[in-house]
Structure formats: structure tokens, C-alpha cells
Design a protein. Sequence first.
Length: 96
Amino acid sequence: MDSKEITKRIIGSQKAVFETGFNSMVMLQEQTFNAVDNFLRQSPWIPAQTRSIVNDWTGIYKKGTTDFKETADQNYSKWEEGLTSGFEAFKSKLKN
């Protein structure tokens, strides 16, 4: 097995570990959002403005996690390309 294949497997396993951890975090956060949402719906004494703030916060968090995942995926691709194609080719691409 050559070094490029070994490198691809290492990067693939690192990416799989990241995705597993990330998906676990997202699942936990979704459960928390659902619990808070249920609490807000069952509590008529909480003002509508507070509910709106919590919903806005939830949307911001979801957008942030989506952006983070996209960035991580792009960087894993760049990392794999840089390590498998050679440092000089990768370095010249970064300058452009």
C-alpha cells in the first residue's frame, strides 16, 4: 500500500470520527430545543417576546452548526488534496 492510500484512509477515519461526534452533538441539541419548545408552549405566562427570542436563538444556532459543518467538510477535502497531491501543488493553489 502506498503512502497516498494510507493518507486517504487516515483522513477518512478522522472525518468519520468528526462526523460521528458532530451528529451526536446536533442530536443532543435538537432534543434540548424540543424540550425548551414544549416548555414554552405549555407555559402561557411566558411573554411572546421571550418565545420569539428563544426561536431566533435556535435559528441562529442551527445556521451556525450548518455553516460549521460545511466549512469542516471543505477543509477535510483541502487537507486530503494537499496531502495526496503533493505539497508544492497545494501551496501554489492556496496562493491563487
